[in-house]
Design a binder for this molecule. Structure first.
Ligand code: DHB
Ligand code: FE
Length: 280
């Protein structure tokens, strides 16, 4: 059976990709941020996952406000980097784990999650940036196949934290019933605190971010039991992206080892952090 090797959480701010494209990741402004990913990158290189499941949100690039599915599952052979207004970035496309995606599609429907199923869809910074942060920039190919799970965190009503958690619980069962010996890592992305619009535009909450990074592994109940409105209030309207980390946490054991965490603020207008979790 396939094996869940760990859970990774990270922010996905677009300017991180821009910093990599411009080669300014080692400047005094950016180095302290990127240094926090040395350990996760080494962890991924050592563990060599075969499949990465990325839980992320599109930002109006592949899914616009005219049609907003709560969950979308990619089943494509290949995912191109979305054009976010400046042309497609010069990074390799992502190879889909097609067989696993279709297996997951069937199990999601069987368990009443009913995602939109996407045979062709581009992936924006919400997907690209976590891949670069954990797998390193690549010239030709990514060393892993991917399964994108898009979660609507953009247009209310977004799913509840509990619903995201439940999806994670299902994902664990699906991984452990999948009849290959592939190694699978699950990435929860988004956050930390930020609000890019409205009266609170520019809102950051480093105290709440630190609390998240410190207790996400050990006390996920606290975060699962909050409402969507609590997330918006505490982390900002876009900081509510953090609910997607709960899909990853819901996959993991109740007790986990937090191998690494990092926090940096602000990256662009966002509190930026990451965690590396393993089951005990
Ligand atoms: C920013 C952060 C995000 O999570 C995002 O999706 C877009 C922009 C920012 O801080 O610039
Ligand atoms: Fe985002």
């Amino acid at each position: 059976m396939a094996q869940l090797i760990g859970g990774l959480g990270t922010s996905h701010v677009p300017s991180i990709g821009v910093a990599l494209d411009k080669g300014i990741d080692q400047t005094p402004d950016w180095k302290p941020f990127f240094d926090g990913y040395d350990y996760p990158k080494q962890w991924v290189a050592d563990k060599k996952p075969d499949i990465a499941i990325l839980v992320f949100n599109d930002h109006g690039n592949s899914i616009f406000l005219d049609r907003v599915p709560t969950f979308t599952l990619g089943v494509a052979e290949e995912y191109l980097p979305a054009d976010e207004g400046w042309g497609r970035r010069d990074i390799p496309s992502f190879e889909g784990a097609v067989d696993f995606s279709w297996y997951l599609a069937d199990k999601m429907v069987e368990n009443h999650f009913d995602p939109m199923i996407a045979r062709e869809i581009d992936v924006d910074h919400g997907f690209q940036v976590p891949m670069e942060l954990f797998f390193g920039s690549q010239k030709e190919n990514w060393p892993v196949k991917v399964v994108p799970i898009f979660v609507n965190t953009v247009q209310f009503p977004i799913p509840t934290p509990q619903r995201c958690w439940d999806l994670g619980v299902l994902l664990r069962k699906v991984i452990e019933s999948y009849p290959t010996d592939e190694k699978i890592v699950v990435l929860g992305t988004g956050g930390l605190s930020h609000q890019l619009q409205g009266a609170r535009a520019g809102f950051l909450n480093p105290e709440a971010d630190q609390e998240w990074i410190e207790t996400f592994a050990s006390d996920p109940e606290k975060w699962r039991n909050l409402t969507r409105e609590d997330y918006v209030e505490k982390f900002g309207s876009e900081g509510a992206e953090l609910i997607m980390w709960l899909v990853m946490r819901g996959c993991m054991d109740t007790e986990v080892d937090q191998k690494h965490s990092h926090y940096f603020s602000p990256a662009s207008m966002t509190g930026a952090g990451c965690v590396v979790l393993e089951n005990k």
